[in-house]
Design a protein around this ligand. Sequence first.
Ligand SMILES: [Cu+2]
Length: 120
Amino acid sequence: MITLIHKIKMAALICGISSVALSMFADDTSNTSAGSKSSKIEIKDFAFNPQKITVKSGEKITWINHDEEPHTVVSVGKKFQKSSGLDTDQEFSIIAGAPDTYEYFCSVHPKMTGTIVVEK
Ligand SMILES: [Cu+2]
């Protein structure tokens, strides 16, 4: 009798521990997918690709330069922080701010332009 109760208690304890561990694991994965949503803009052949993107406020936006030439990311009207000169395979990231339309260009090649539409 006593040993049976003891066994049940042990089983309940083990179940409790594993479900806590599982829920922690589930929380971790949902946090990574929801909290760090990000968009990539590739710089290739003197163009931003995609040229226009729509993101949510708080989303991370990363540019990566695939050209041999250095490029920059500069906001029209200085609405967000500008990048330094990006060498080959170098990245630059910002966090999308308030909902708005953000135009940007490359200060080395001003004909290179892009648009970010930030939604709520
Ligand atoms: Cu450029």
